[in-house]
Design a protein around this ligand. Structure first.
Ligand code: PRP
Length: 214
């Protein structure tokens, strides 16, 4: 019997780009993972299942052994403080940037304590600490672009891909914080205990990523 392997993924844009990478490793869901309401989907490989969880929960599933492997954004990983996982492969999908944004002409040198709305409080605190700036961070779970419009925050820290959400809400990029892409992450114990299976998966995915970037 083959070793059990579970892979934590997130529904949405990234899933469509991730499934071909898994297919290259010979793993294909037995039902449409993008449409099902099931949270665990079996695959054509015996004992290998996909777990469909929230993006921000993928690191926890992998760190605590709920899943052996996962796919999540570097933004989520930067925000996740745990150390119980490896991040061996940059999948080169889900590319976007983490930026500081606000209304045009916003005064970043203001003497008053700026308010920053973000889904990424740890990354944001670190970014401003590196500049020696004290800011007040307002944690939001989405639609950050609204906060400066309604006067609730001076600026936001958020990911941007095409820039159209910022533009549609009259905001501009003020600083480029870091590049983001999706990563394959692996539970530390699984990497040891299921070495053969996980290395085969990693190598197949790496080759598929190489093909994609040719
Ligand atoms: C992300 C992000 C921006 C938008 C940027 O939100 O928070 O709002 O995408 O993309 P763009 O630069 O291509 O316009 P997402 O759609 O993931 O939803 P969320 O607000 O629920 O996080």
């Amino acid at each position: 019997m083959s070793e059990h392997l579970s892979i934590a993924l997130t529904k949405g844009r990234i899933l469509n780009a991730t499934l071909p990478l898994l297919a290259a490793a010979g793993i294909e869901p037995l039902e449409d993972a993008t449409a099902t309401r099931k949270l665990r989907v079996e695959t054509n490989v015996p004992n290998t299942s996909l777990l469909l969880v929230r993006a921000s929960d993928v690191p926890a599933y992998v760190e605590y052994g709920g899943a052996d492997v996962g796919v999540t954004g570097k933004d989520v990983l930067l925000e996740h403080s745990g150390r119980g996982l490896y991040e061996p492969v940059d999948l080169g999908i889900g590319r976007c940037r983490l930026v500081l944004a606000g209304k045009p002409g916003v005064d970043l040198q203001t003497q008053r304590r700026m308010r920053v709305a973000t889904k990424y409080p740890a990354v944001t605190a670190d970014y401003f600490a590196r500049q020696g700036k004290q800011v007040e961070i307002i944690k939001l779970y989405g639609s950050m672009e609204l906060a400066p419009l309604v006067g609730m925050a001076d600026v936001i820290v958020d990911i941007t891909e095409t820039g159209s959400t910022l533009q549609a809400n009259g905001l501009v990029e003020l600083d480029d914080i870091t590049d983001i892409s999706s990563r394959l992450i692996v539970n530390k114990a699984s990497m040891k205990m299921k070495h053969k299976t996980i290395h085969a998966l990693m190598n197949a995915v790496k080759s598929a990523v190489k093909e994609n970037t040719k």
